[in-house]
Design a protein around this ligand. Sequence first.
Ligand SMILES: [Zn+2]
Length: 209
Amino acid sequence: MFIHQIPRIVPALLPKLIWSVPVSEESNEVYFTFDDGPTPEITNFVLDCLAKYKAKATFFCIGKNIQDNPDIVNSIIQEHHRIGNHTMNHANAWKYTMDQYKKDIQACDEIIVELKIDSVGFRPPYGRINSEIYRNLSSQYPIYMWSFLSGDYNHDLSTKSIIEAGKKHIKPGSILVFHDSIKAFPRLKVVLPALLDFCYQNHLTVKAL
Ligand SMILES: [Zn+2]
């Protein structure tokens, strides 16, 4: 069975990472995030969906995809969404040395700074970290994880089951993760409009981090 919602024990063990946004009782804000783009066509589809619902979101971009798709990055910024660092090459924390990993984050940071973009922070690819990264980086960057993993990249999941899980788990302060990638698109194209519509129907405001 696919676990969409982060078990409560995980944020308790890793409190320096951001798993959800603390919100007041009256708040109705939820946070949609998109990893691994920008990707031609797909990110534009996401932007169109967000615009339709006047929703704002956060894109944790891969540095080399930023380099390859400056026009899409421009659209993200022009439409008042936000961008975060997802490393230069989608670095896997379990396979890189700390030095290599830091360099990969820095390379992405440099591109973001060059474009004069105010980054929201960092999200580790695959959600993977190790104790060294936890110690070293959590004081340097806000590190955004998530409370709801859509699993849109998983072709064993049906769009129906993802939508149902989303409806069950989304609440004020939730951080949802999707992927504006080719792999996720068959599910994303169905799930994203459905969950944006669910938020709209339930008076939840979709905001950027
Ligand atoms: Zn990723």
